[in-house]
Design a protein around this ligand. Structure first.
Ligand code: 5AD
Ligand code: SF4
Length: 566
């Protein structure tokens, strides 16, 4: 055991743009332990179950190492073969569909779905013979995976396009012409408006059109603009294994469903990403198994409404069993029936590798039946961390947002979750200044933040989006300065409460998955605890859990027991 100097540190992490959102983390360690903690919090249930815990920690010690992962990651990339290329459309030859070693530079904006989509797009292009580059100057094709959720997100892309314009015009004639593509939500929302406004954009591909990228780029080769922004009812890219680009990664995202049927009145997502559809369970399990074999230690199941998962692909499960919603919650759509639900998937995924942590994001509060909560409580490797986007603390605003619940139902769910999963870490999203929000409504949101004391939060100023129900039926009547003032107030309260909530970890021993060196100091490592809080601790020799005579230094992908102090 090595005593280190202790500091209680706060970290502010704005997700997108000034004051757009805040993730609030506190923690600095004092000691790294290699033995099972005698006192345990804030997840007493788990650490009290000594037998299970010992089994888990001994399995941690015998699991695949980071070195195993590096070895398997160094397998040379698959060579494209023309037999892998689907039949070309009549106007393109197989040869034209191949990437001819062109270098692609991919840039991602927006949510984690977009991070995953970037890897899907890359996987498709790689199979067609494209190469990837992380050097913009070297690129022959630049693809931006874009976001439309707020006006500001789109403005960032327009600004970026202006920069790229000069790169394109200055391109040497001796090189192949630079091609620029807009992928994702902005391509879907604005469609040909982008092509008309920015003539230098060569291709557009909506979130369901990535399989067409080789075709679109082949058309662009001839100097024409090309677009596919068709939304699909069934595209889940189930057979496209995203390419892990960072060999040192300890965790990966696995997309399990796409689209959204909720139609919250402020949200553009149902229009940019289309109808809700789930990927077949078998293909998800196969992907997670592969990631486990590669030595990854954490997967995050991804979807716009991840816990609304419903795999209807297997006929025998399509019976008429009705859906259990969280108590007091309703949907804007006709009740769906049958299929394999999220609890089943979570159960199956968590059984693949007991040393692999499972997280999921982003869920909707309406789909937390007891089966899901019990599973999170019982299964050691399912992280005790739940994102529960509230959006507002006022029942009146929630109704205008068409969220399908009142403040009271939401608070009851929070209590139920806390009773069901002791020590659970909670996070949420909030929107400040939605149409018609009064000072009283705003204060209700402030009081919800005080009441719940979230560990992590993402807070945004409302941004009216065309096509949404709010755009057609409500008035964006809160002045910008009022929205920003309310947002500031929410951030301040959120931080105060998160500081209190996160202080409860001080003195507790936490299982931390090491991610790598801390960005702040070469002498420190950084990782995350079960609740997804960032933990920074000294990079020093420590006891090996399997053999107390061994002194080791923690590597990315290792689990370390860390005692939090301040
Ligand atoms: N304006 C501001 N925030 C929004 N969000 C979604 N749509 C909007 C909008 N029009 C926020 C919600 C959602 C998160 C992903 O983004 O809080 O949960
Ligand atoms: Fe942006 Fe939402 Fe699209 Fe993600 S799904 S890229 S957050 S608009």
């Amino acid at each position: 055991m090595h005593p280190f100097q202790c500091v209680l540190r706060a970290r502010r992490c704005l997700r997108r743009g000034p004051l757009a959102s805040v993730s609030w983390l506190l923690l600095r360690t004092c000691r790294a332990h290699s033995s099972v903690p005698s006192s345990a919090c804030p997840s007493p249930q788990r650490q009290q179950e000594d037998g299970v815990w010992k089994d888990f920690s001994s399995r941690l010690a015998t699991g695949p190492t980071f070195q195993d992962f590096l070895r398997s990651a160094s397998v040379p990339p698959e060579q494209p073969s023309s037999s892998e290329v689907e039949d070309p459309p009549p106007y393109l030859t197989v040869d034209e569909l191949l990437g001819r070693q062109r270098r692609v530079y991919l840039e991602t904006y927006g949510c984690q779905m977009n991070v995953n989509d970037t890897e899907i797009a890359w996987s498709i292009l790689q199979k067609s013979g494209y190469l990837r580059t992380s050097n913009l100057q070297e690129a022959d094709v630049i693809l931006l995976v874009t976001c439309s959720i707020r006006e500001k997100a789109e403005q960032t892309i327009w600004n970026r396009l202006h920069q790229l314009k000069s790169l394109k015009s200055k391109r040497l004639r001796s090189r192949v012409p630079l091609r620029i593509g807009i992928l994702g939500c902005m391509a879907e929302r604005l469609k040909e408006e982008i092509l008309n406004r920015e003539k230098m954009v060569d291709i557009l591909a909506g979130p369901d059109a990535y399989r067409d990228l080789p075709q679109l780029l082949a058309v662009a080769e001839s100097g024409q603009q090309a677009a596919n922004v068709l939304l699909s009812l069934d595209e889940t890219y189930a057979d496209v294994m995203p390419v892990q680009t960072s060999p040192s990664a300890t965790s990966a995202f696995v997309s399990i469903m796409r689209g959204c049927d909720n139609m919250c009145s402020y949200c553009i997502v149902p229009f940019t990403r289309g109808r809700e559809r789930s990927r077949p369970v078998a293909s998800i399990l196969e992907e997670v198994r592969k990631l486990s074999e590669q030595g990854l230690k954490e997967v995050t199941l991804l979807g716009q409404n991840v816990n609304s998962f419903r795999d209807n692909s297997e006929v025998q499960f399509n019976n008429a069993v009705s859906t259990n919603l969280s108590r007091g919650f309703s949907t804007n759509y006709k009740a769906k029936q049958g299929g394999l639900r999220f609890a089943h998937l979570l159960d199956q995924v968590s059984r693949i590798d007991p040393e692999m942590r499972i997280r999921f994001t982003s869920p909707h509060p309406k789909d937390f039946p007891d089966e899901v909560l019990q599973l999170i409580r019982e299964r050691d490797n399912i992280c005790k961390q739940i994102h529960l986007p509230a959006q507002s603390g006022s029942s009146r605003v929630l109704e205008a947002m068409r969220r399908g619940y009142s403040r009271e139902a939401y608070v009851e769910l929070i209590h139920h979750i806390r009773e069901s999963i002791p020590g659970v870490s909670l996070s949420s999203d909030f929107i400040a200044g939605f149409c018609g929000e009064t000072e009283e409504d705003h204060l209700q949101t402030v009081s919800l933040l005080r009441e719940v004391q979230y560990n992590i939060g993402f807070l945004f100023a409302y941004s009216m989006r065309q096509k949404t129900r709010a755009y057609h039926r409500l008035k964006d009547d809160i002045p910008e300065e009022v929205k920003l003032r309310r947002l500031e107030e929410l951030i301040t309260v959120f931080r105060e409460e998160a500081t209190k909530a996160n202080k409860s970890f001080v003195g507790c021993t936490q299982l931390v998955l090491v991610e790598g060196p801390s960005k702040r100091s070469a002498a420190d490592l950084c990782g995350r605890n079960d609740g997804n809080l960032k933990v920074i601790f000294a990079d020093a020799e420590m006891e090996d859990a399997t053999d107390s005579r061994l002194r080791v230094r923690a590597q990315p992908g290792d689990y370390v027991l860390v005692k939090m102090e301040h």
